[in-house]
Write a protein that binds this ligand. Structure first.
Ligand SMILES: [Zn+2]
Length: 262
C-alpha cells in the first residue's frame, strides 16, 4: 500500500506509480537507454517490441539479475485442495505438489483433487490416473495461446470439473487469472500491464520478472480490457475475448504461365 499526504493512493494511481517505477528501471538498461531518453515518463513513448525479434534475441531484453521465480499457486476458489501442478515450479505445500508431467508415476499416489497444467499437456491429456473432484487450471501464455471454447469443452468432457484459465509470463509468473464468474481474466496488476492498440492488438509488459523486464511486447494476441466491476468482487481489470491474432496477407499473385500449367 502506498501513501500520499497521509492517505492511501487510489488503486488506479497505485498501478500508475508501479508502472512508472518499472519504466524507470527498464530505461536504465542498455536496450532501452540506447534509444530512449531516460526521462521518458509514459510507457506509450517506448517502442513496441516485436514478438519474433524478442524470441530470437531474448538476450537483448534480459535483466542484470536473473532470479528464479517460485510463486504460490493462485487457486481460483479459495484455499487449494490437494492439487497437482504439472511442469511449473510453484511453492509446494502439503496440498500443492509439483510434478514433471501427467505421466509422472508419483502423480497416481498423490491422487489430486485438482490439476493445474499447461494447456498443451491438458489437450494431449490422456493418461491422468484418477478422476478429479474440484477443478482444472489450464496454464496459457503468449506461446501457448489462450484457452479456446473448444479447449474448454474438451477439458470439461475429459475431467468433468470446472475449468479455469491462468495466463502466465515467460518464466511461469502469473499475469492474469480467471475467477468463478468465467468472464475474462483478472489482470494481476503487480505482475503485468496490458494495453490494446489498433485492431485490438494486445501488448504486454512484464512487471514482476526480473530476468525479462520486457515492456510493450507484441503478444500475438488480440483482446479487450474491461474495467467494470466483476461480480466476484475482484477490482482489477479483465482481459476478455483473447484470441490468437490472424495476420491477413494479400492473396499471392501467380504468374499466368505457371497458373496455366498447375
Ligand atoms: Zn471476477
Amino acid at each position: 500500500m502506498q501513501f500520499f499526504g497521509g492517505r492511501s493512493l487510489p488503486p488506479e494511481d497505485q498501478r500508475h506509480a508501479r508502472l512508472l517505477r518499472v519504466l524507470k528501471s527498464a530505461v536504465s538498461q542498455a536496450r532501452y537507454a540506447r534509444e530512449y531518453d531516460p526521462a521518458v515518463h509514459r510507457i506509450e513513448n517506448l517502442p513496441i517490441v516485436d514478438l519474433l525479434e524478442f524470441l530470437c534475441h531474448p538476450e537483448r531484453y534480459t535483466g542484470p539479475k536473473p532470479k528464479a521465480i517460485r510463486e504460490r499457486l493462485h487457486y481460483p476458489l479459495g484455499p487449494a485442495p490437494r492439487t497437482a501442478v504439472i511442469a511449473r515450479a510453484v511453492e509446494e505445500s502439503r496440498r500443492v505438489r509439483c510434478f514433471q508431467g501427467l505421466h509422472d508415476p508419483a502423480l497416481h499416489h498423490f491422487a489430486p483433487q485438482a490439476l493445474a497444467a499447461p494447456l498443451d499437456a491438458l489437450r494431449a491429456g490422456a493418461g491422468h490416473p484418477a478422476p478429479l473432484r474440484n477443478a482444472v487450471i489450464a496454464f496459457t501464455g503468449i506461446l501457448e495461446g489462450p484457452l479456446t471454447p473448444d479447449d474448454a469443452d474438451l477439458l470439461w468432457r475429459q475431467y468433468q470439473v470446472p475449468v479455469f484459465e491462468q495466463f502466465l509470463g515467460m518464466d511461469g509468473e502469473l499475469l492474469a487469472w480467471e475467477c468463478e464468474i468465467h468472464h475474462g481474466l483478472h489482470v494481476r496488476d503487480e505482475a503485468a500491464h496490458f494495453e490494446t492498440i489498433h485492431d485490438d492488438r494486445l501488448l504486454v509488459s512484464f512487471l514482476a520478472n526480473p530476468r525479462l523486464p520486457v515492456l510493450r511486447l507484441e503478444s500475438g494476441l488480440t483482446g479487450r480490457l474491461v474495467h467494470d466491476s466483476c461480480p466476484c468482487g475482484e477490482g482489477s481489470p479483465r482481459l476478455v475475448d483473447l484470441r490468437r491474432r490472424t495476420v491477413k496477407r494479400p492473396p499471392a499473385t501467380i504468374p499466368m504461365s505457371i497458373a496455366a500449367v498447375s
